[in-house]
Design a protein around this ligand. Structure first.
Ligand code: UD1
Length: 318
């Protein structure tokens, strides 16, 4: 297939690019490298076509989708706290940007768009585990924006006949996730800090839970979503996760053991906009996509610690 990966320079996008190329597909990347990094594609640049630009521009999105069969729309401005700080920019990138990508895909005759949605759309809904029949109750502006993108996907399926599939990612982690930004996700942040001998801070009592999902499984789900029969997936929004639950305290314990330190965490006030508990029912992904997670959380964490430890001992890679 000829695929466009928006946000292909980012953490999840670069993993999708890597897999697509390994499987012999033609790949184009659209990225403005605002949060993505050229370095994430360094070994792949010779094998792909790079379009630099911002999804906030319809023209750039249109130039990038031309001739593609499938779009993996991963470009986004992630982070719950970032969206709380700056909801307008979160909306501009995550909602307007997604609308541009969908319009460009519609106008260029793209076959299917696979959209990176988020578990955050369940928000304040207390039912556990989260399944797709539950009402969405987004808390943060980020969650609102991701849900709007999902709704646009469904609308484009209905109104314009563009095939779309939205994947609700649950706390994805893995190699190449930025550990150093103030908006970094918890796993790379904790690993990098512990490797430096610094005590991480847990927001709240650490009894909040997440369905931490190794990125390799998310790549599997994307490829399945791109090729599953339309009558099973068109217009669908579906969970992508391991279907397990770990508290922050448990996660911290597991990372500490892998890093080989006895450092205790610090505790601070809970973060504004945070969801308390999150874990997924993945039956729908099993049924519609034939999805089966292949990398368990322990193995994912082990790979990550190895990756960040290697970088920590090679300062030019930081
Ligand atoms: C949320 C979404 C996820 C989305 C991601 C994008 C939910 C359930 N998940 O992740 O689907 O892909 O945003 O950014 O809404 N924490 C600490 N110390 C730290 C950093 C974080 O204790 O230094 C805590 C947070 O307070 C939170 C948990 O770790 O309780 C996870 O935080 P984070 O990794 O930022 O992801 P979510 O906000 O859960």
């Amino acid at each position: 297939m000829r695929a466009l990966v928006t946000g292909g320079g980012g953490f999840i996008g670069s993993h999708i690019v890597e897999r697509l190329l390994a499987e012999g597909h033609e790949v184009r990347v659209l990225d403005n490298f605002a949060t993505g990094r050229r370095e994430n594609l360094v070994d792949l640049l010779g094998d792909l076509e790079l379009v630099e630009g911002d999804i906030q521009s319809y023209e750039r999105a249109h130039a990038a989708v031309r001739g593609c069969d499938v779009v993996f729309h991963q470009a986004a401005l992630p982070s719950v706290p970032r969206s709380v700080q700056d909801p307008l920019t979160s909306n501009a990138v995550n909602v307007i940007g997604t609308l541009n990508v969908l319009l460009a895909a519609r106008d260029s005759g793209v076959g299917r768009v696979v959209y990176a949605s988020s578990s955050s759309v369940y928000g304040a809904n207390p039912t556990m585990p989260k399944h797709e029949a539950l009402p969405t109750l987004p808390i943060s502006p980020y969650a609102v924006a991701k849900l709007a993108g999902e709704s646009y996907c469904r609308s484009f399926s209905e109104v314009y006949g563009l095939e779309t599939v939205a994947l609700r990612y649950f706390n994805v982690f893995g190699r190449r996730q930025d550990p150093l930004s103030q908006y970094s996700a918890v796993i790379p942040r904790f690993i990098a800090m512990l490797l430096r001998g610094e005590a991480p801070t847990i927001f709240g009592d650490g009894e909040q839970s997440r369905d931490f999902t190794p990125v390799e499984n998310v790549v599997d789900a994307n490829l399945l979503a791109a090729s599953a029969p339309a009558d099973l997936v068109n217009g669908l929004a579906c969970n992508v996760a391991l279907g397990q639950q770990a508290t922050l305290n448990e996660l911290y314990g597991a990372i500490r053991e892998l890093v080989g330190t006895k450092l205790e965490p610090l505790y601070a006030e809970p973060r504004t906009g945070d969801v308390k508990h999150s874990s997924a029912d993945i039956s729908l992904a099993r049924e519609r996509l034939g999805f089966e997670p292949s990398v368990p959380v322990g193995e994912g964490l082990r790979r990550c610690v190895e990756y960040y430890a290697q970088r920590a001992s090679a300062p030019q890679l930081r």
